[in-house]
Write a protein that binds this ligand. Structure first.
Ligand code: Z5A
Length: 217
């Protein structure tokens, strides 16, 4: 039963290279918060509502024509506008906690730092799609590109998850993404915490719990 409420809710986002352990850590944190009787909504981007899941399919798997970078950026923005208004804000208004697997900083890192689209426009798109509600806390789970690729390769063996449009990008792209996230953290020290995600799962979970606990007490 979700009895405890947080005034204005809490939006926590998880960012970082693929395979950095976002999904794994969100699951552990959600269990811990739920056991303390908070309402917890676990969601992801792109995705999270029926419309956003359709957009996700397009963004990750569409192969009938080449998606230009500008259209890709706008699709992420469209998905986020819907996700924020239909799923995230309602939970926050109820005093709940939203744990979101990727969010606005992924757009800055992937479409900005790696695809090199105009950073001023991306910032305006963030303001438009988010309204006024930025994340309260963001974790960048940081791992090097080699470890990231090894983990996703291992996980993909024999599974349909393999080779979406982003996983198929080259090392230079993934390196730009990683340093993009680190730069975002440096520029937003109050909101964004960098977590060394090369360590064992339980050690990372303990670090995250310490940060979240301080945010809710
Ligand atoms: N994208 C974008 O371009 N712009 C945007 O605005 C947004 C997204 C929002 C969505 O991919 C793609 O969309 C993403 C960027 C782009 N593509 N890329 N690259 P996705 O949602 O399908 O996948 P992902 O976000 O990249 O996450 P992931 O690959 O599913 O990884 P993860 O969630 O961070 O990791 P995990 O699933 O928890 O763990 C991966 C494996 O590593 C698994 O086998 C675990 O058991 C293992 N693992 C986890 N932690 C550890 C530790 N600590 N040690 C050892 N092994 C571990």
């Amino acid at each position: 039963m979700a009895n405890k409420k947080i005034e204005n809710g809490l939006l926590i986002t998880f960012e970082g290279p693929e395979g950095s352990g976002k999904t794994t850590q969100i699951k552990l944190l959600a269990e811990q918060l739920s056991s303390l009787e908070y309402e917890v909504v676990v969601t992801r981007e792109p995705g999270g509502t029926p419309l956003c899941e359709k957009i996700r399919e397009l963004l990750l798997k569409f192969d009938e024509e080449d998606i230009c970078d500008e259209a890709e950026l706008l699709l992420f923005g469209a998905s986020r506008a819907q996700h924020v208004r239909r799923l995230i804000l309602p939970c926050l208004k109820r005093g709940g906690i939203v744990l979101c697997d990727r969010f606005v900083d992924s757009t800055t890192a992937y479409q900005g730092y790696a695809r090199k689209l105009n950073s001023n426009f991306i910032q305006q798109l963030h303001d438009f799609s988010l309204g006024k509600r930025w994340p309260d806390l963001t974790f960048v789970l940081d791992i090097d590109v080699e470890t990231s690729l090894q983990r996703t390769k291992k996980r993909a063996e024999g599974k349909e998850h393999a080779n979406d449009r982003f996983e198929a990008e080259n090392r230079a792209f993934h390196t730009a993404v990683r340093y993009g996230f680190l730069d975002i953290a440096e520029n937003n020290p109050g909101r964004v915490k960098v977590i060394d995600a090369s360590r064992p799962i339980e050690i990372i979970a303990a670090d995250l719990w310490w940060e979240v606990y301080n945010a809710i007490v």
